[in-house]
Design a protein. Structure first.
Length: 229
């Protein structure tokens, strides 16, 4: 959500809050301060950190799309279930899911059992593979929208943080043109916040300065093979 609110890979397991982050004196973004432990850990360790790995970017695309109409806490609590259901968020494997596989996922209580959302994970995995062919990586495609550098905002109050922007409008429109599903402007703005393309930590938040100092990591080479249909 916009924060104004297989094998399970390391990026897919719930993070533990480091002991040094437990102090009550630390100031956090309002949604994290008001949320539960899972939201706090996510805010303190992941939210806004630039991501270049295609697999992790696909993971966030799946999770942000699944969150539509639901709370982010619900999705975080099901994150391990999503990793198990969708091959550790490997787009190569998910692109090969057939009807029998997606039908079976409708019985999986570890994920949100919405058929359109489930089908979108497969459609989007295939679209990611196309971008790996045309752009070298999904990461290259996404980061080109911000010229390879995070957008570093300096919001002072939660009410200043938008749900969409001209940038998310452009990204959403282009991704829809390429066949992606569940990529509306609000979802994509949240996605950019999550993956560090945008730093929307409030300036009063203890994470704003360290996240603002981060750059896009060097992309890892994307897999080139396709899963068998």
């Amino acid at each position: 959500m916009a924060k104004n609110p297989g094998k399970v890979e390391a990026s897919s397991v719930r993070r533990k809050r480091p002991a040094e982050l437990e102090a009550d004196s630390l100031k956090r973004c309002g949604w994290a301060a008001a949320g539960g432990e899972s939201e706090g850990v996510y805010h303190d360790t992941e939210w806004g950190v630039p991501v270049s790995d295609d697999r992790t970017l696909y993971e966030f695309l799946v999770l942000e799309g699944a969150q539509a109409g639901l709370s982010w806490r619900t999705i975080l609590d099901k994150r391990a279930g999503y990793a198990a259901a969708f091959a550790g968020f490997d787009p190569v494997e998910v692109a090969g899911f057939d009807t029998a596989r997606t039908d079976a996922l409708m019985l999986d209580t570890g994920i949100v059992r919405n058929r359109l959302k489930i089908l979108s994970t497969v459609t989007n995995a295939r679209a990611v593979l196309e971008l790996q062919t045309t752009n070298g990586s999904f990461s290259n495609y996404l980061w080109d929208f911000v010229d390879g550098e995070p957008v570093r905002n300096r919001w002072r109050t939660p009410s200043e943080v938008p749900a969409t922007s001209a940038l998310s409008d452009r990204l959403s429109k282009d991704m829809k043109r390429r066949g992606f599903k569940f990529v509306g402007s609000t979802i994509m703005y949240s996605f950019m916040q999550a993956t560090g393309m945008i730093n929307d930590h409030l300036v009063s938040c203890f994470r704003h300065a360290p996240v603002a100092a981060m750059k896009r990591p060097k992309p890892t080479k994307a897999k080139r093979r396709r899963a068998a249909s």
